[in-house]
Design a protein. Structure first.
Length: 134
């Protein structure tokens, strides 16, 4: 299930960056996600990503500063997914909240491609954010 997917290769993520496109859930965020984030933080991992600005995530996203995560909130008109992607050096984890399922693609080549797509989005979003601030 999802808990097992979150625990997949967890020690291997120590002191590494996880890239993410987080989706919104339906209702309160389950405890296992709080536990997962604490383990990542305790082992020196970092997260950089995007998440929808949604009421269901308000309390959970408030922890980003505590852990030092760099999460850019996106308006729901831009991103309203109920599916999350986490990208590491060697695998991609896909969590489908509505169906309570998770898929892991453990393939460094696929992970590299997903990282490149993420970086394109990250650079574009930062450029847009910079223009809006000027």
């Amino acid at each position: 299930g999802i808990k097992e997917a979150l625990e997949y290769q967890l020690p291997r993520l120590a002191r590494k960056e996880v890239l993410a496109l987080y989706g919104k859930g339906r209702g309160p965020v389950p405890r296992m996600y709080y536990d997962y984030n604490k383990v990542l933080s305790d082992q020196g991992s970092t997260i950089r990503g995007f998440a929808p600005h949604h009421i269901s995530l308000k309390e959970f996203r408030a922890l980003d500063k505590k852990y030092g995560w760099n999460i850019i909130p996106l308006d729901e008109s831009e991103f309203s997914s109920e599916v999350s992607l986490e990208i590491t050096d060697t695998f991609v984890r896909i969590v489908l909240y509505k169906d309570k399922q998770a898929v892991i693609i453990d393939n460094p080549d696929f992970a590299k491609s997903m990282k490149q797509i993420f970086e394109l989005l990250w650079k574009h979003k930062r450029r847009v954010s910079t223009k809006l601030e000027s």
